[in-house]
Design a protein around this ligand. Structure first.
Ligand SMILES: Cc1cc2nc3c(=O)[nH]c(=O)nc-3n(C[C@H](O)[C@H](O)[C@H](O)COP(=O)(O)OP(=O)(O)OC[C@H]3O[C@@H](n4cnc5c(N)ncnc54)[C@H](O)[C@@H]3O)c2cc1C
Length: 746
């Protein structure tokens, strides 16, 4: 038995375990990460091949600027940079790279946790694990443990309170709680990849392949070109014990996969499949659901749909509440039942530790959430995000020599939130100004600030065959008057509205504040939109153009941080059919979807404003929010500024060792990790080149070719200075340079 000791032992190297380990290690904790497979990533690894998703929801709902921050953001940005084609093998290598680059992490691969030792009924002292490759048993000791194993192996072995199956409607008043008939557990799935060889290929099915394809009602809508996680509907096992029956479920899924492929290849219904071969079939199923553990709070449907606020919010979610029928492929029911909320929702810290095992953190899909809430919180970017919060909780537990629940009881949540935000975690509705951050005491000025009075008309006009809207930030007070240009060949009427969102911090344009019916004449029309309205708080308004295929609207090629166009599109992949219209009595809201388009589409609508739009001032770099929220929240330089720079000035000399910069890597871009090809591998808003100078004009740091959201610059030697100048280059002539946040530490 090899004994190892650390500050934190994490069981499970899925994305949750990985992001938890890296977050904790970077804060100085010694971490053991033990993973039973030979690669990291869990369901995101090449063994299962799911694309990582979270609140951005394939860009198919109303959650703007909602990609998760911190380590999961760094990984997705890096993967998009190295691997825009979404090759799962490259993603495996990236995750290994990230973990082995952290000297504080001891990684045990191919090593399975099988026992937990305890000091008393409530306290784990060590985990026992075995590596089948080197035939070595390990005893992993620590004061703190985190279960990120998906099935909750540590929680189960240590006697942590858990649930399996769904809660009744009555328990938490969740109107969407499923019936027993629909099913109380989501099943597993197995995927295959196919490949076009360019020549005819035959296929002889194995003996265990399903021979009667009509047993799968969906067989009539099979498509020979689909593979990988687009086959999410190949699901089975929700009526079984999804832990102990996993091998049985896998065999059934293999039977289904080979049966589906046999049908595609040999039924004669798919001539386009003649040159296709089976390139890969999953060897282990992707597991959706098994145990959910009980913390001091259980997230529930109302937290998500009503976007309830929690004083101990440490993360957010934003995937739809997404339940599946337990009969999986063997039912006529749709493969999923998804309902979105109007915006993202907070996840409280109390969901991230066991209520009865004192030193056990929970991360990933096993956090304390009802079955219905789990339907949303289970996706991987959200899972990883909560894991980062658990990691930071462990950091404070070490600092205060306490257990996870003590941080809540002893009012350490503000400190936890501050640390998380400093590490790049965005918590909706929570802004923290860190008194250790020297920038908070600096006077900030800039060579220029964007004066946005116009989105210039320099792109071909778009036909209004879809309703579209321009999101613009406005201050409390009078709404600006707006001029737009429309083109038509005939006379018609264009319906335009100003809308806002009824929920603070959300972006569902459900509140019409002004409406215009504008007569359009043949030719170019110059249209004045002046509502003469006063609004009470800074927010985004939607200047919304109703569909009218007779009209073209002038567009702008400029891409500006915090300025976005959205479209009333449909996206069936996330159950977006333009408008969400739930049946009565399931506790879900009715609203329209207004989503951005993926580049190269999604241009802004050209318009002129009676005054400059707010949200681009240099002081934003110290407002504690490092992404657009009620305003762009960034310093954005003016287009005309040839040498943009921002200056920090202190009354007295300060000692600086570390400088952190946050750039715009487009928090709307979901950066799906596999299968999806991305149009660019560097986000167009991101500052690529910058240099930093001290008060004597000496260059103390420089970066060329940046593509990451957060740059943390640790100087070789601390400097003493009265000021810093950060000189940046515009990313392109179409996009002015922007910085969300600057912080400096001694
Ligand atoms: C078919 C399917 C489709 C889905 N679609 C999506 C999607 O499109 N996008 C998305 O983001 N999410 C999706 N999900 C949900 C998501 O994949 C899971 O909820 C998510 O993987 C949970 O993350 P996790 O880290 O908790 O678990 P996992 O990703 O399962 O990681 C847990 C890790 O722990 C390891 N482990 C288990 N037991 C032990 C042990 N005893 N010792 C050591 N290690 C152990 C496992 O091998 C695994 O690597 C889907 C899930 C499935 C199954």
């Amino acid at each position: 038995m090899v004994e190892m000791e650390s500050d934190l032992v994490i069981a499970g190297g899925g994305l949750s375990g990985v992001c938890c380990a890296i977050t904790a290690a970077r804060q100085g904790l010694k971490v053991i990460l033990v993973q039973d497979r030979s690669v990291l990533g869990g369901n995101a690894s090449s063994e299962v091949r799911l694309w990582v998703l979270g609140a951005t929801s394939h860009m198919g709902n109303n959650n703007r600027w909602a990609r998760e921050g911190g380590v999961i953001d760094e990984i997705l940005v890096e993967n998009t940079y190295r691997n825009p084609e979404g090759n799962p093998i490259i993603m495996d290598a990236l995750l290994l790279d990230k973990v082995v680059s952290e000297p504080n992490i001891s990684l045990l691969l191919n090593t399975s946790v099988y026992n937990a030792k305890k000091a008393d009924a409530d306290t784990i002292t060590s985990l026992q694990a075995f590596c089948s490759q080197n035939q070595t048993a390990y005893e992993l000791k620590a004061p703190l443990f985190c279960d990120a194993s998906g099935d909750g192996v540590v929680g189960f072995l240590s006697g942590a309170a858990f649930r399996m199956g769904a809660e009744s409607k009555d328990e938490f008043g969740e109107l969407f709680a499923p019936t027993k008939e629909y099913g109380e557990l989501l099943g597993h799935s197995l995927y295959f990849y196919s490949k076009d060889t360019g020549k005819p290929v035959t296929f002889v099915p194995p003996s265990f392949a399903l021979d009667d394809i009509t047993k799968i009602p969906k067989f009539k809508s099979f498509n020979a070109q689909e593979f990988g996680c687009r086959l999410w509907w190949i699901e089975y096992g929700g009526r079984m014990d999804t832990v102990h029956d996993t091998e049985k479920i896998k065999w059934e899924l293999w039977k289904i996969v080979y049966g589906v492929w046999n049908y595609i290849k040999n039924s004669g219904s798919f001539p386009d499949a003649s040159t296709l071969t089976l390139e890969w079939v999953g060897m282990i199923p992707g597991k959706r659901e098994s145990r959910r553990f009980e913390g001091d709070y259980m997230l529930k449907q109302q937290d998500i749909i009503e976007q309830r606020e929690h004083a101990d919010a440490v993360a957010f979610g934003g995937w739809s509440v997404d339940l599946h029928p337990s009969d999986g492929v063997y039912t006529d029911l749709p493969g999923c039942n998804q309902w979105h909320s109007k915006g993202t929702y907070q996840i409280p810290y109390r969901c991230l530790y066991s209520k009865n095992i004192r030193n056990l953190f929970l991360a990933g899909r096993i956090i304390s959430a009802s079955h219905v809430a789990f339907g949303s919180s289970r996706v991987m970017a959200t899972s990883a995000y909560v894991a980062q919060a658990a990691a930071m909780g462990a950091v404070l537990c070490k600092k205060y020599n306490c257990n996870p629940a003590d941080l809540y009881r002893d009012n350490k949540i503000k400190e936890l939130q501050k640390r998380l935000i400093n590490a790049g975690q965005y918590i909706p509705g929570v802004a923290v100004n860190d008194e250790m951050d020297l920038v908070q005491k600096a006077v900030v000025s800039a060579s220029s600030e964007l004066v946005l009075t116009e989105l210039t008309e320099d792109e071909t006009p778009a036909t209004l065959d879809l309703s579209m809207a321009q999101m613009i930030p406005v201050e409390a007070g009078a709404l600006p008057a707006i001029v737009i240009h429309a083109y038509s060949q005939t006379s018609t009427v264009l319906k335009v509205e100003f809308r806002t969102c009824s929920k603070t911090g959300s972006y569902t344009p459900d509140n019409v504040v002004a409406s215009f019916d504008l007569p359009i004449e043949p030719g170019r029309n110059c249209l004045q939109l002046n509502a003469g309205l006063v609004i009470d708080a800074a927010q985004y308004i939607f200047v919304l153009f109703h569909k009218n295929p007779l009209v073209k609207i002038a567009r702008s090629a400029k891409r500006i941080t915090g300025i976005l166009s959205v479209f009333n599109t449909i996206n069936p992949a996330v159950s977006n059919y333009g408008k969400q219209e739930p049946p009565e009595g399931i506790g879900m809201d009715s609203f329209e979807f207004w989503c951005p388009q993926r580049r190269p589409a999604g241009q802004n609508i050209a318009m002129k404003f009676s005054g400059a739009l707010p949200g681009f001032s240099a002081s934003n770099i110290k407002n504690g929010i490092s992404r657009p929220a009620a305003s762009p929240n960034a310093w954005v330089a003016d287009f005309k500024d040839a040498r943009p720079s921002i200056q920090l000035q202190w009354d007295a000399p300060v000692t600086i060792k570390t400088i952190c910069l946050s750039f715009d890597t487009d928090f709307d871009h979901p950066m799906e990790s596999v299968l999806m090809h991305h149009p660019e591998n560097i986000m167009p808003f991101c500052v690529r080149n910058y240099s930093i100078f001290d008060d004597k004009g000496q260059k103390i740091a420089e970066k060329k070719g940046n593509y990451q959201s957060r740059n943390r610059i640790v100087l070789d030697e601390a400097i003493v200075t009265n000021g810093l100048t950060i000189r940046v280059e515009h990313p392109s002539p179409l996009t002015p340079a922007a910085i969300f946040e600057i912080s400096c530490y001694s």
